[in-house]
Design a protein around this ligand. Structure first.
Ligand code: HEM
Length: 533
């Protein structure tokens, strides 16, 4: 990237010098040479490299690559994970597929468990976030842990680890549960007696997940469930702005040029949504900074086990690094879980019988008198609840497609992968692979997680790399046990209290064309309180 940028800068400088210092004939000559160079670069990138020069030439690839749109069906017509999923299912391969995105950008799709294991564990340090992913996420979180590598990454993970230990997650269950109870009580307040009003589940999911990350993760109750209009309403609105509305077409075209120019240029493009996002990120940073200040002023913070206390106590982190951790936990820890709650309500909202079965299990284990007093063993004793949550996490991975850039020459499955190669894996495709999950892999079926203890753990999948919702290896989701426990509490409270009927069954499943697996209009449901709990 830097090399390409340097070349272009040099070309422009030579160009200006030519016009300023040489007579017109020589200037024309220099301009002509530069024009030829630019044309050569374009022809090389779009035509010659993929056909003749790529070192990945021997790998299988789909038929019919177009120079401008690669193997996609037109510019921005398909989501990346849909293309990757299509190739995953249709191109015979031994673990690697080569394909081309718009402007013939080469991507190496890793498909086999062995290949995934190499990329996510054995050679994890040979790969880093891509410039585009950095551009999208670094703006939201600052330089959070997900952008760190090697020893730096290990050290930050070590300092954050105590909050994600099983013992601490167990201790957090009553906190998750208190917010789950608050959620159902607040929703119930808005239902008129005997009516079956449509409730926008998504806006509740986002708020409850944000409150939980604040209370359990940062030691600060944002209280957006009870007071959606309070001073923290900015937080939910800002994340909605970030997560919704795919960038307009012109902006996405500029994104395609990131192979040729420094990606940070995007920050400064005078485009309305881009400017709004820029302001949103500044506000998020300010809010995170205020949260850190407030926590540091609280003299009791030294006794707490929350992200701010842990990072401050480490004594080695700058305030900037702590703010980035806070922003990372805001972003990584609430939208993902909120989406999982949405999709669980979506699937259960279509299946009254399964809902009844789940409600019976919940009510038998958590009788009404215990509504305000639930602990980890209560939640652990609900196998069908666990199966329902696992199945949603499998079929709806919040981050369905992941890319990385090779930061040094390396190899995958014995194939040489040069520095700078973009590699990808598709959790959405792997999690639905019939070879790994059986013929009903694309069906939401919690039953696959029921039975003996092996099935409860694996869902019957035949590989450790069959379930990629939380990725794998040293850079997997540090919050996965937290997310599972939180989701279980929220689903238990919702289904325990309400009968849920999907209000927008034909459209709730339409996905927003952004990076997360998110319903475009959100999930709406008709809710009825089921008496007796
Ligand atoms: C259903 C909910 C969640 C899903 C599906 C999810 C998914 C993921 C995935 C796939 C990654 C790896 C990203 C990559 O390799 O590029 C990741 C990383 C991460 N997640 Fe989660 N996540 C969830 C919930 C949470 C929660 C609740 C927290 C915190 C409380 C959290 C914190 C993080 C952090 C800090 C990282 C970066 C880890 C590192 O680089 O070492 N996540 N998550």
């Amino acid at each position: 990237m830097a090399y390409t940028l340097a070349l272009w800068t040099l070309a422009v400088l030579v160009d200006i010098t030519a016009v300023m210092y040489f007579d017109s004939q020589r200037s024309m000559m220099i301009l002509f040479v530069l024009g030829v160079y630019a044309a050569w670069r374009v022809v090389y990138q779009l035509v010659l490299y993929p056909k003749y020069f790529t070192p990945l030439k021997h790998l299988p690839m789909p038929e019919g690559r177009a120079w401008l749109t690669g193997n996609e069906k037109g510019f921005f017509k398909e989501r990346k994970w849909d293309v990757a999923g299509r190739l995953y299912r249709t191109i015979p391969n031994d673990g690697l597929i080569r394909w081309y995105t718009a402007l013939s950008h080469e991507v190496l799709l890793v498909t086999s468990p062995q290949g995934l294991s190499e990329v996510m564990t054995q050679r994890v340090n040979d790969f880093d976030q891509t410039p585009v992913a950095k551009l999208q996420a670094e703006r939201i979180t600052g330089k959070g842990i997900q952008f760190m590598n090697g020893d730096e990454h290990k050290m930050h993970r070590k300092y954050l680890a105590p909050i994600f230990m099983p013992g601490h997650i167990k201790a957090l269950i009553p906190v998750f549960w208190s917010k789950a109870v608050e959620l159902v009580e607040e929703i119930e307040k808005g239902l008129s007696p005997d009516s079956r009003d449509d409730v926008h589940i998504t806006s509740w999911s986002v708020r409850v997940a944000l409150d939980i990350i604040g209370l359990a993760g940062l030691g600060h109750d944002y209280d957006t469930l009870r007071n959606p209009e309070n001073e923290h309403k900015d937080l939910t609105q800002l994340y909605r702005l970030i997560m919704s509305n795919a960038p307009p077409l012109k902006f996405r075209f500029v994104g395609l040029l990131l192979d040729y120019v420094d990606s940070k240029i995007i920050y400064y493009l005078p485009e309305a949504r881009n400017m709004a996002l820029g302001t949103a990120f500044e506000k998020l940073r300010k809010l995170a900074s205020d949260t850190v200040d407030a926590r540091q002023r609280d003299l009791t913070y030294k006794d707490h086990k929350d992200i701010i206390s842990l990072t401050v106590r480490s004594g080695v982190m700058t305030k900037d690094a702590i703010i980035s951790h806070v922003m990372t936990f805001h972003a990584a820890g609430h939208i993902t879980t909120a989406l999982s709650l949405d999709w669980t309500m979506y699937e259960l909202g279509k299946r009254p019988q399964l809902q009844r079965r789940l409600r019976e299990e919940i009510r038998s284990q958590l009788p009404g008198s215990k509504l305000h007093d639930v602990n980890a063993s209560d939640i652990e004793a609900l196998p069908f609840l666990r199966a329902v949550c696992n199945e949603t996490l499998r079929l709806y991975p919040a981050l369905p497609y992941t890319t990385r850039t090779a930061i040094r020459d390396t190899s995958i499955l014995g194939t040489r992968v040069p520095k700078g190669t973009t590699i990808a894996w598709c959790a959405d495709a792997v999690n639905r692979d019939e070879k790994l999950w059986g013929e009903d892999a694309s069906v939401w079926n919690p039953e696959r997680w029921m039975g003996d203890s092996a099935r409860e753990k694996t869902g019957g999948a035949t590989s450790n790399f069959a379930f990629l919702t939380f990725a794998a290896g040293p850079k997997n989701c540090i919050g996965q046990h937290w997310a599972r426990a939180e989701l279980a509490c929220l689903v238990a409270a919702m289904i325990g209290r309400f009968e849920i009927e999907l209000a927008n069954p034909d459209t709730a499943g339409h996905i927003d064309p952004v990076t997360a697996l998110m319903s475009k209009e959100g999930v709406y449901a008709k809710l009825r309180v089921v008496p007796g709990w």
